[in-house]
Design a protein around this ligand. Structure first.
Ligand SMILES: *[C@@H]1O[C@H](CO)[C@@H](O)[C@H](O)[C@H]1NC(C)=O
Ligand SMILES: *[C@@H]1O[C@H](CO)[C@@H](O)[C@H](O)[C@H]1NC(C)=O
Length: 296
């Protein structure tokens, strides 16, 4: 069992300069590194399963001045291309971005050390969204089950071991958030928390609007709040990933928009696993000033 799971890892994932990533993405790495950002690009960065689609739809609505119909004209992964995403026939984030008119909104899951340097050179604005680590682990587990690009995650406790060790695509969650947190001392980077968005979406939406240098009119804020609720996004074919074929994302196994709640980890962690996880968390986050907004 050990050997077959190891060979499945080697078949689907690989290590590019220290970052664990999908094999198909890795083949394109020279193009990722050489990517030319533009000064008016906005980058949305997250660790996977942290609310990327949610914040992306909010930002796109701000760019489109609250025009919901305009947002619905295309699927979210065409409106906001996924930078490092590459699959021979189907996906090419870099090509999409190169063919796109400015101002572009760019999605990435890369840690800051692996971001194409042009984003730093051009001083682009960036938004980082951070989510409670335990809910990320649960969501990433279901994502492994539904997206065949992943090796079989095994049982949830087995997956959590790999997650804690950073043996998953994009590596260690702890390193990812700590690095982006350090970077966010720059005024060009807005650091948001998923739990804050749940607690007071209006407040966070207004924060994003200000960050983008725009005016938060009452109508714009209300439109965004209405249109980006979990139920709206789950029923919206441009945001629920229904356009992705089953061979890449099998929503019969688990929907892309699964629950969108805070604290689902309590349904998945045993008391013993939770204690182990908390101890490991303390070690990993020691010395960082980053504090998750809700009790972890
Ligand atoms: C938002 O939703 C509420 C409740 O359904 C509705 O009354 C209101 O008109 C909506 N606002 C906008 C701007 O769409
Ligand atoms: C996505 O939205 C469409 C339109 O509401 C719906 O028919 C479809 O079932 C949804 N897909 C998922 C996976 O929720």
């Amino acid at each position: 069992v050990m050997d077959s799971s190891k060979s499945e890892y080697a078949e689907k994932l690989c290590n590019v300069r220290g970052l664990i990533i999908y094999k198909d993405f890795a083949k394109n790495w020279d193009n990722v590194e050489a990517f030319q950002a533009r000064p008016d690009d906005l980058l949305i960065a997250t660790y996977p399963k942290s609310g990327t689609t949610w914040v992306s739809e909010i930002v796109d609505l701000i760019y489109k001045e609250g025009n919901v119909e305009k947002c619905k004209e295309d699927v979210i992964f065409n409106r906001i291309p996924f930078l490092e995403c590459k699959n021979e026939e189907h996906f090419d984030g870099i090509k999409q971005l190169e063919n796109m008119a400015s101002p572009r909104i760019v999605k990435t899951h890369l840690p800051p050390e692996y971001l194409p340097v042009s984003f730093w050179e051009k001083n682009c604005k960036m938004i980082y969204l951070c989510r409670n680590v335990k809910d990320v682990a649960v969501s990433y587990y279901y994502f492994h089950l539904m997206v065949p690009a992943h090796p079989n995650p095994g049982t949830f406790p087995e997956f959590v071991e790999k997650f804690m060790n950073g043996e998953v695509p994009y590596g260690s969650w702890y390193k990812h958030v700590k690095s982006w947190w350090e970077k966010s001392k720059s005024p060009n980077i807005l650091f948001l928390f998923y739990e804050d968005m749940h607690e007071d979406i209006r407040k966070e939406v207004i924060k994003v609007i200000h960050f983008l240098g725009r005016e938060p009119s009452e109508e714009l804020v209300e439109t965004i709040v209405n249109h980006t609720s979990f139920q709206e996004m789950k029923n919206n074919p441009t945001t629920n990933y229904t356009a992705i074929p089953d061979e890449f994302m099998n929503q019969k196994v688990s929907p892309f928009m699964r629950k969108g709640i805070v604290g689902d980890w309590k349904n998945h962690f045993t008391v013993a696993l939770n204690e182990r996880f908390d101890m490991h968390y303390e070690q990993e986050m020691k010395g960082s000033t980053l504090k998750l907004q809700t009790k972890i």
